[in-house]
Design a protein around this ligand. Structure first.
Ligand code: UDP
Ligand code: MG
Length: 157
């Protein structure tokens, strides 16, 4: 099944939102296959946000990502990348719809509580950025047949 990366950002850790965020993805039926807490180094910030280094807000973004540790998670599920992006909501939390994580837990366009990979291609790169192969877990779930239909189980295997 497809994998994606989320980062529970330092602002979410500081605000005690970790449990709520994890619960959202768990309840949805996305499977946690990797999880670790870390401080983002200068190199990691520059690499992860390479598309934004020239933007005026980059120094603020960098400081926000280094303000506390974060929690990186790898989630697995059918069409996980798109599903997780929808659950997270748009970048500016004030515009993010109620019911999305950003829409429910944040007022900010910067301190927007979670990162999520934006394409299948980027998800592969980002998962490799944060996890070694041995830090990802391939395990059987007893409830897969209650989470997906028979046709989906074959299609998204
Ligand atoms: N960001 C910001 N101001 C902006 C745009 C982005 O502070 O005008 C920050 C914000 O924390 C966002 C991150 O930079 O989550 C990465 O931006 P991107 O455009 O990749 O948005 P995302 O994929 O996180 O929705
Ligand atoms: Mg992005």
């Amino acid at each position: 099944m497809e994998k994606t990366l989320i980062l529970i950002k330092p602002n979410a850790i500081q605000r005690g939102l970790t449990g709520d965020i994890i619960t959202r993805f768990e309840r949805k039926g996305l499977r946690f296959v990797g999880m670790k807490m870390l401080f983002m180094t200068d190199e990691l910030v520059a690499e992860h946000y390479a598309h934004l280094v020239a933007r005026p807000f980059f120094p603020y973004l960098k400081a926000s990502m280094q303000a506390a540790p974060l929690i990186a998670c790898c989630l697995e599920g059918a069409e996980a990348v798109e599903t997780v992006r929808q659950m997270v909501g748009v970048t500016n939390s004030r515009k993010a719809l109620p019911g999305t994580i950003r829409g429910d837990f944040s007022m900010s366009g910067e301190q927007n509580v979670v990162h999520a990979s934006d394409s299948v291609e980027n998800a592969l790169v980002e998962i490799n950025r944060f996890f070694k192969p041995e830090e990802l877990f391939d395990y059987q779930s007893a409830v897969t047949c209650f989470e997906y239909g028979g046709e989906e189980t074959i299609k998204y295997k």
